[in-house]
Design a protein around this ligand. Structure first.
Ligand code: PRP
Ligand code: URA
Length: 213
């Protein structure tokens, strides 16, 4: 983990993450390798994000005797933003297998860059859950900010956001709109180009994940 000038952003500073972000950036990486790199990075993000989750003690019987074990205090709810966030779910579930999974469908308008929501399904009341929003790309921040608004409308009080590549513009927007939300990411890039793509970035994460280029 390493700190940047953004107080709301935790950059995962890990050699395997750096290696896999390079796989994602490479224009010649096929979808299959892209998906598996997203999954590995997601697992490492999940380890970092879950580091301070509270546990409670319980008794557990081993084949030899009764001893003390632990369980998570709070239900974890993963919420991928469709489509590209779907690629992160498997890696998170590998680490937090009891998590529930909600979905939010958002699509950026290519001209205005404003997101339009077309799907929403999470547990009805998120008040007591730890919610982790998943979207590999934090570009203008419009999509993730809207997603967090909706999670808060469903009662979410503790929301974190896991992305893979963040832009400074997106980090500023989330900090302004949702100062309570911590963002975990694998890379912090230079900025956005005139079409709202992160540069150097990795291109369109949804298309690269699902081979729809
Ligand atoms: C991408 C990405 C984010 C969003 C980021 O999705 O997965 O959801 O853009 O951009 P923003 O921070 O400027 O809002 P897109 O709208 O392309 O949908 P898709 O995953 O279905 O292709
Ligand atoms: N969405 C993507 O998939 N990539 C970007 O660079 C910006 C938004």
């Amino acid at each position: 983990m390493s700190n940047t000038k953004f107080s709301n952003f935790i950059l995962l500073n890990h050699p395997l993450v750096k290696k896999d972000v390079t796989v994602l950036r490479n224009v010649n990486t096929p979808s299959e390798s892209f998906r598996s790199a997203v999954r590995r990075i997601s697992s490492l993000l999940a380890v970092e994000i879950s580091k301070n989750m509270k546990v409670t003690k319980l008794e557990v019987r081993t084949p030899l005797e009764l001893t003390i074990g632990f369980e998570l205090v709070q239900q974890v709810v993963l919420v991928p933003v469709l489509r590209a966030g779907l690629g992160m779910v498997g890696g998170f579930l590998d680490i937090i297998p009891d998590a529930k999974v909600g979905h939010i469908g958002l699509q950026r308008n290519e001209e205005t860059l404003k997101p339009k929501q077309y799907y929403y399904k999470t547990p009805k009341n998120l008040r007591l859950s730890k919610v982790i929003l998943l979207d590999p790309m934090l570009a203008t921040g419009g999509s993730s900010s809207q997603a967090i608004n909706n999670l808060k409308k469903r009662g979410s009080k503790e929301c974190m956001f896991a992305c893979i590549v963040a832009s400074p513009e997106g980090l500023y927007k989330i900090k302004k709109d949702h100062p309570d939300v911590k963002i975990f990411g694998a890379a912090l890039d230079r900025g956005l180009n005139e079409w709202g793509y992160i540069v150097p970035g990795l291109g369109d994460a949804g298309d690269r994940t699902f081979g729809t280029l």
